[in-house]
Ligand binder design. Structure first.
Ligand SMILES: C[S@@+](CC[C@H](N)C(=O)[O-])C[C@H]1O[C@@H](n2cnc3c(N)ncnc32)[C@H](O)[C@@H]1O
Ligand code: SF4
Length: 454
């Protein structure tokens, strides 16, 4: 196990993108027109063996966790659910019509939210039946959903299994009652264990738990207590996020104050402690925020060079385009990104009018595409290398200079045209990617100066 000193953490843990895309979403600046987006999808899916991924955003939650940074809609009853399902199905129909592609080969289906298991079993059936009747799932297709252990029933899990879902990601966050109280998310270990056991009995083969460090009132004891309890349940994956505080976007985060948040060194200690407990328990650090048990599909994909990182995190699925359905859903092709309307009412109105509800996106430049390949290589294999004629050389060669202090501290090994992240460097993967992030460096030139860790 690789121990990391607090001094290294303090120096190199910089706030930065999670790199579920490159450029990261705040840096998108050239939205493709609808026809251009459709053309990109069409050419990405034109090859004989090409397959698409589908992401469906289901925004409903039964209550609001005050820390939450996702696009959610608190719903008391289910009145809004069926109309929303109809709109998502209509949106997929619009894609099928406008692309002249009545049947789709699908390598990945992901439900996210909000809380997909806010939908009851019949509603999940309506959604999945409506989508998948137009799809051919590839034999190795990966079907995954997020779920809230507080609202997930056996009937819902059975429905998901019937459609071929094998991956379940459960929100856990933190089990300390004081933290749960201030984030308005009281959930018990017994609930988590019941859903975990039930999912395994029904044949889910990969369970992920989302855990967070940096939540209000969280202490080292909260982390010890949470990890001691949850790691006994042996989820195949753990995603260990740092809490993102964006009260100007999510006003519910104002229900606690900055004084309640562990910041600076206190936050780093929580990050370090959780990571340490994961590694001691036999988990392997796969990449940014992601830990997996040996033998997990993501590790096999990594060994085979097939691991991908996209908006929902790491995936073993090999797809050529991702289509996002639902409010705020994200999509991607090799040359563009796209996000749907973030306002639920606008999303619904536009779909009802027969219009693709696209809001903003990004057309990747040749340099973006080259840098994305190298950043994704670092994120999935801990290594990037390039030739002298690489379209991003103007960024990559200075990145070696920026990373020289990290080499001196044993976090990376630098070649003439290569970067390899060492075992000690793994917790700093985001910071290392930031050295290649031309768009971030253009906006924050101070990061590139001699006195900065980059
Ligand atoms: C859509 S939610 C998960 C599913 C379900 N709604 C639940 O809460 O159990 C996705 C995950 O995003 C993470 N998340 C949400 N807000 C966050 C924030 N402000 N900072 C860091 N992670 C956050 C949480 O770990 C959460 O489990
Ligand atoms: S954490 Fe999950 S349940 Fe809580 S508000 Fe966010 S999406 Fe909803």
């Amino acid at each position: 196990m690789t121990e990391v000193s607090t001094a290294l953490l303090q120096q190199y843990s910089l706030p930065g993108p999670r790199y579920t895309s490159y450029p990261a979403l705040p840096f998108w600046d050239t939205t493709p027109g609808p026809q251009q987006w459709l053309q990109h999808l069409d050419s990405a899916l034109a090859a004989p063996a090409a397959r698409a991924g589908l992401y469906v955003h289901l925004p409903f939650c039964s209550s609001l966790c005050t820390f939450c940074g996702c696009n959610v809609r608190v719903a008391r009853g289910h009145g809004a659910v069926q109309p929303y399902i109809d709109q998502v199905l209509r949106e997929f129909e619009l894609y099928r019509e406008q692309l002249g592609r009545p049947r789709w080969s699908i390598g990945e289906l992901q439900l996210g939210g909000g809380t997909p298991t806010f939908l009851d079993a019949a509603e999940l059936d309506a959604l999945l039946g409506g989508l998948l009747q137009h799809c051919d799932l590839t034999p190795d297709a990966s079907l995954a959903t997020e779920a809230d252990p507080r609202t997930t029933s056996s009937a819902q899990l059975q429905t998901l299994r019937r459609y071929g879902f094998t991956r379940l990601s459960l929100g856990v966050q933190c089990l300390d009652p004081r933290v749960q109280d201030i984030i308005n998310r009281v959930q018990t270990l017994a609930e988590l264990r019941a859903v975990t056991d039930n999912a395994r009995e029904l044949g889910f083969t990969s369970l992920n738990y989302d855990l967070i460090y940096g939540l209000p009132l969280q202490t080292a004891d909260s982390i010890e207590q949470t990890f001691a309890a949850v790691l006994r349940l042996r989820p195949e994956r753990v995603t260990y996020y740092g809490y993102t505080h964006v009260p100007w976007i999510r006003p519910s985060q104002r229900r606690f104050t900055e004084a309640d948040l562990p910041e600076g060194q206190a936050r780093l200690i929580l990050q370090h402690l959780g990571r340490k407990r994961l590694l001691e328990a036999g988990y392997i650090e796969l990449g940014v925020d992601q830990f997996v048990l040996p033998g997990e599909a993501l590790l096999q994909a990594q060994s085979a060079g097939l691991l991908q990182r996209q908006f929902m995190g790491y995936t073993p699925a090999n797809t050529q385009a991702l289509v996002g359905l639902g409010v705020s859903a994200l999509g991607a092709t090799g040359a563009s990104y796209m996000q749907n309307e973030k306002n639920l009412q606008n999303y619904q109105t536009r779909v009802q009018q027969g219009e693709l509800p696209l809001q903003r996106g990004h057309l990747l430049s040749a340099q973006d595409i080259a840098l994305r390949a190298h950043i994704m290589a670092l994120l999935t294999t801990y290594r990037a290398n390039w030739h002298s004629n690489d379209a991003a050389c103007a960024v990559l060669q200075p990145a070696l200079t920026r990373l020289a202090p990290l080499q001196a501290d044993g976090l990376v090994e630098l070649g003439e045209r290569s970067i390899t992240v060492t075992a000690t460097g793994r917790p700093f993967l985001r910071t290392i990617c930031m050295a290649l992030d031309a768009r971030l460096l253009a906006r924050s030139p101070e990061l590139a100066l001699g006195n900065s860790p980059l």
